[in-house]
Every structure is written in structure tokens, then in C-alpha cells.
Design a protein around this ligand. Sequence first.
Ligand code: APR
Length: 229
Amino acid sequence: MKKIVVLTGAGISAESGLKTFRDSNGLWRNYRFEEVASPVAWAQNPELVLEFYNIRRKQLLEVEPNAAHYALVDLEAKYDVRIVTQNIDDLHERAGSNNVLHIHGELRKARSTADPSLIYDIEGWELKWGDQCEKGSQLRPHVVWFGEPVELMPRAEALMRQADILMVIGTSLVVYPAAGLIYDVDAAVPKYYVDPNAKNIGGMRNLTPIAGKAAEVLPGLVERLLKEE
Ligand code: APR
């Protein structure tokens, strides 16, 4: 079975109603990431950080996967599909995708501040100051903040090297190290870049930019890939 590796970003969840970060109405238009998504922010104003993620978690519980998430599930009929996502939402899983690597963490999980190996599902939408792990330490969002290491990068890089086909969907490719993953894919591998702003990426061979919204164009691309020998 051929392996399709898919790198997704906030754009794949846009048509589900979740904001992206850098579009005109994006999250970083309303918040300074230094104040809500960094270790300094957590040290200085943890309640603001908790509120930033509580608002997003509450909204996540009110939205559904869209046709783009479901199209990637359809691909599993013929391909070994491995999703590497920068997204912290669980829409890939809720659509039915089985192999999802959240390299920036997961919105619906919390982590002990004393022992990062202690990770818990968050029931409902709120994580509050005073919510503690089994060792009595405050719980924090299980999210990679700016300035923190992306622990899952080695696993993501290994997947990229195994790709027979690469799909890049709904990401501005401006945040590293995640954006650098596309350079771990063999030059000869066919690559598809789905994004309203999709364009050729300097020096990248075998890349097909497909300008469009993921929920509109991805089903057609998946249909073509399912017909390929
Ligand atoms: N379909 C496909 N792509 C879309 C759609 C859509 N309907 N709407 C917007 N996009 C594209 C935008 O053109 C843009 O290229 O999605 C991309 C969103 O880019 P960003 O907002 O930068 O989101 P992302 O690339 O996921 O950001 C990466 O930055 O802030 C950090 O940790 C955060 O994981 C995030 C990382």
C-alpha cells in the first residue's frame, strides 16, 4: 500500500468554523501570541492563558469536521494515510482518521506542570486554575507554546521520509520547525499543496499547487488519487 503523508494546518479546519492564525480575521489579529501562547505568558498571567484555550475548546465542542477532513478518511480505502497536523483540534479524529500526529499538541488534553508525562483528557471545555494532576501540581494545556521544543519532530521527520505522496493542506508554512518538514520528503515524490494561496515553493520539485478551499477542492483530488493505479 502506498503511503500518503499529509501535513495540515489551521486552514483545513477553517470551513468547520475554527479561526486560522494569520488570515485577516485570524487569532493573531485579536491576541498577541506572546501573551497567551508562551511560557512567559503562563508565568505572568496563567488565567489569561487558560481562558484563551478555554474559549477555543468551547468553540471546538460546537463545530464539526468538514468535507476536507472526511476526504482524507476516504483516502484510507487505498492508501496508508499518515496525518502530521499542526492543529490542536480533534477534527481529524472525529472525522475518522486513524493515524494523526499532533506535533503542536492537543486542545482537549491537559498536562501536569510537574511531570510532563502525566497527560489527561479534559472533560468539557474548561481547564481552571486550581485543577491539579495526581501529584498535586497545576494542570496546563497540552500544547506546544512558542519557544518550547516540538518533541514529536523526529517522528514527523521519519514519516516524511517514508512518503510516497505528500499533501500539504491549509498551512502558511511560516512556523518552524513544522514548515521545514516538507524538505524531508524525497524530491521525486509527488507533492500537492492545497490552499487558497497555494503557489510554487522555491526549488521544490514535483509540486502541484492547487489554489482553493480545502473542503471544495480536496474531495476532487482524493477522487483522482483513488482512481490512480
Ligand atoms: N482551505 C484551505 N486553506 C485555507 C482555508 C481553507 N478554507 N482558509 C485559509 N486557509 C489557509 C491560509 O491561506 C493559510 O495559508 O490556511 C493557512 C493558515 O495559515 P496560519 O493561520 O498561519 O495557520 P498554520 O499554518 O496552521 O499556523 C502554523 O502557527 O501559530 C502557530 O501553532 C500555531 O500551528 C500553528 C502554526
